[in-house]
Design a protein around this ligand. Structure first.
Ligand code: ZN
Length: 359
């Protein structure tokens, strides 16, 4: 079996910056960039893009999943770079895409992704939500989804956000945008690393649900290519993502939606990773994007839920090897709960997962 989907979770500190490639028989792979991490991820992303063959420096889709500094920070220099012109389509819900937020200028009349992210007028006009007729990326009601077939590429299904989540973001747009550009100022809590002896007790710890309007508006995707599949959870809410996954499963006459890999939402926060969502999408591989900065992700409760809910023998892929995360690679723990932990081969490489598939 050859590789069908290659996923790179670049080191983006507390954020997300993913490069997804879907291999084709001839020519370059179909390529998607998902977020740019915080601002200091840009040199890493730029170096990675420089390593693409000069005649293949093309990104088919660049997704800005939601407006938070740990996702858009690195996208701003990307959008101001030459690479920005070598993108087939940008997927991003800007102000003008939100319910009730009408603007004098339509996207087609000059509002650009750059301007939207910088909160300025003018700027370069780039292809924006073309796969959605230029309109919002909105799955509608809970359990809704949008299918985006791509010619000579993967089949993509949008699992989040719902209209309700976009309405909530609309009400908080200016505040969220200010925060995203400034970067969140958060008092750092101490990083308490409890012993990982009883994962059942850790998994059932009560966790407040994520209530961030930008996180709730996250664009989450199912990417399927040549029999391989990955769910990219962005910072989506567990209940929104779970409902979307169940909706897709029901449409396929299935109770659940088994996939090869699942990039856990919100850096494996206990406020986004719940058993019901995990049951909707049993996976073999779980990807975690964080170095624990500021929020001390991943949360033990989230990973305990993954290990206990996943089908037998899952692998956890981390894009950093921190002290917090190293506890999850304890051989006795892995043996007791029958899972494997994987770390980057080189720190700058992040996590690299290759999913095999048929032709
Ligand atoms: Zn995030």
């Amino acid at each position: 079996m050859t590789t069908a989907i290659r996923i790179e979770v670049l080191p983006a500190r507390l954020g997300d910056c993913l490069l997804v490639e879907c291999v084709r028989d001839t020519g370059r792979p179909w390529r998607m960039l998902v977020d740019g991490g915080p601002p200091d991820t840009w040199p890493i992303l730029e170096q990675r893009l420089k390593r693409l063959r000069p005649d293949e420096q093309y990104i088919d889709v660049a997704v800005v999943t939601h407006i938070d500094s740990d996702h858009i920070g690195g996208m701003i220099p990307f959008l101001q770079s030459e690479y920005a012109h070598h993108v087939g389509d940008y997927w991003f819900n800007g102000r003008t895409h939100l319910p009730g937020m009408t603007s004098k200028r339509s996207v087609g009349q000059g509002e650009s992704v750059v301007a939207a992210l910088l909160g300025e007028s003018g700027g370069r006009v780039l292809p924006w939500n073309l796969s959605f007729g230029g309109g919002p990326i909105d799955t509608g009601d809970a359990a809704g989804f949008i299918e985006v077939p791509i010619r000579d590429g993967p089949h993509i299904t949008v699992l989040s956000p719902t209209t309700k989540r976009l309405e909530i973001l609309a009400a908080k747009w200016s505040e969220a945008m200010d925060q995203a550009k400034r970067g969140r100022v958060v008092e750092t809590r101490p990083d308490i690393r409890e012993p990982l002896d009883d994962l059942v007790a850790i998994a059932v710890q009560k966790s407040p649900k994520d209530s961030s309007a930008p996180n709730g508006s996250s664009i989450a995707l199912l990417v399927e290519h040549r029999g391989a599949s990955v769910v990219l959870g962005a910072d989506a809410f567990g209940n929104v993502l779970g409902a979307g996954l169940k909706g897709v499963a029901a449409a396929r006459d299935q109770k659940e939606l088994p996939v090869d890999a699942f990039k856990l939402p919100h850096h494996a926060s206990k406020s986004n990773v719940f058993e019901a969502m995990l049951k909707a999408v049993p996976a073999q591989h779980y990807l975690v994007s964080t170095n624990g900065d500021t929020f001390h992700h991943p949360d033990d409760a989230a990973l305990a839920r993954v290990v206990l809910t996943a089908p037998p023998g899952p692998t956890l892929w981390f894009n950093y090897h921190t002290e917090r995360i190293a506890r999850w690679a304890d051989p006795a723990l892995c043996e007791r709960y029958l899972y494997t932990a994987r770390f980057p081969e080189a720190p700058e490489a992040g996590a690299v997962l290759e999913l095999p598939g048929g032709s």
